[in-house]
Design a protein around this ligand. Structure first.
Ligand SMILES: [Zn+2]
Length: 67
């Protein structure tokens, strides 16, 4: 059995159902995880740093549009 690293919900994933690099989502907390290894299954939260950079750029645009 594979548990969500974030909320420990049972993700109900079988080793032969997923491939390395596949993205799985936890239905309980909504976090996306990348499958690092399948035997045993090891999950890593998907990084979203790029989205943070986009948000900062949007804030700068809003400041520049003040006039
Ligand atoms: Zn979860």
């Amino acid at each position: 059995m594979v548990s969500c690293p974030e909320c420990e919900n049972n993700l109900d994933i079988e080793e032969d159902e997923v491939d390395e690099g596949e993205i799985v989502s936890c239905p309980e907390c909504g976090t996306d995880f990348e499958v690092i290894t399948v035997s045993p299954i090891e999950l890593k939260p998907v990084e979203e740093e790029e989205y943070d950079e986009e948000e900062q750029e949007e804030e700068e645009t809003e400041d520049g549009d003040f006039s």
